[in-house]
Design a protein around this ligand. Structure first.
Ligand code: DGY
Length: 322
């Protein structure tokens, strides 16, 4: 067996940072998608067929069909904190280890949540489009009136690491914080946050921030019925996952003025978008870049690589999902 054949084979599904590949290259036999070609599920299955590990991202579906096609698979490292793209049960049943990338992205993602909140509240992208279109002729009292942020109420759905980081920033804006979470947050006193029922949060919050994982239980958690209970001045921000919001219902609610605005970084079925959303001027939209600062993304990519290296050395995984 040649030296390269004795190395574990790792499929790296997306173009990765050179410094991360440099860590992996001496140790593994890499199938690195360096030119970022869009691999179909069939292509990924073919490449995984003789792999021992997969280095995936949140847009790669790791389902039973992929696992069946990769009988030698021992490890899946995802460069994301979210794991809803991975069939964890199927991995567990096959003894395949799974790691994700918590913590390293929390502050950057909280910053982005606030970026969307502020931009949606103060109609930043809508007024910029108008200005760039050459429509600005004079100042007017009622031009692009938005929502107050300071002193308002922030409702956080999902008070994990990122939710807590968002809440810490809210204190500087003198906000009241209400939240929902499976269990009370250990830091709720420090955050000055009160745990309430979802219905109360939706009724009382000026800003509704989604920061919970996607699962069958959170599918369309915010739909027509929930949007109807929110304030007409409310702003909805989704920094979590597409599918938690019913995008069709959201576009209708925004068009009807049922709520004031939305800030979205994630979409059901992304990168495809529900056209109704694109028709709404009162949405600030970004393309799933919540964690996209250089240090955060390199940190995530490197953490996934370190997990692979720990697995290869037979050491404890740094951030195991199970
Ligand atoms: C995550 O880490 O889950 C982000 O959504 C990036 O994919």
């Amino acid at each position: 067996m040649s030296h390269s054949e004795s190395k574990a084979r790792v499929v790296v599904t997306r173009r990765n940072f050179p410094e991360v590949i440099a860590e992996l290259e001496p140790v593994f036999s890499l199938d690195h998608n360096a030119d970022d070609t869009l691999w179909s599920p069939a292509e990924l299955r073919a490449r995984a067929a003789n792999a021992q590990a997969l280095y995936v991202v949140a847009s790669d579906k790791v389902d039973g069909a992929l696992l069946d096609a990769a009988p030698g698979l021992k490890m899946v490292a995802t460069g994301s904190v979210g794991t809803n793209h991975i069939d964890l049960e199927a991995c567990r049943a096959r003894g395949i280890a799974v790691t994700n990338t918590p913590d390293v992205l929390s502050e950057a993602t909280a910053d982005m949540a606030w970026t969307l909140l502020m931009a949606a509240a103060r109609r930043v992208t809508e007024s910029e489009r108008w200005l760039r279109a050459g429509l600005w002729q004079r100042w007017a009292w009622d031009q692009f009136l938005g929502q107050d942020v300071f002193g308002s109420t922030l409702g956080i759905i999902g008070m994990g690491r990122i939710g807590s980081a968002i809440a810490r920033r809210a204190r500087g804006f003198g906000m009241q914080i209400v939240y929902t979470n499976r269990s009370p947050a250990a830091n709720e006193l420090e955050l000055g946050a009160s745990r309430v029922e979802l219905s109360e949060l939706l009724r009382s919050a000026d800003y509704v921030m989604l920061v919970l994982p996607y699962s069958p239980a959170s599918h369309h958690l915010i739909g027509a019925a929930e949007l109807a209970t929110m304030k007409s001045s409310a702003v909805l921000i989704n920094i979590a996952r597409g599918g938690i919001v019913d995008d069709v219902a959201l576009a209708l609610a925004l068009k009807k003025g049922q709520i004031a605005a939305a800030g979205l970084d994630v979409y059901e079925g992304e990168p495809a978008l529900h056209l109704g959303l694109l028709e709404c001027d009162n949405i600030v939209m970004t393309p799933h870049i919540g964690s996209a600062t250089r240090s955060s993304r390199v940190g995530m990519a490197m953490l996934a690589a370190q997990n692979l290296l720990a697995w290869q050395r037979g050491e404890a995984l740094l951030t195991p999902v199970h």
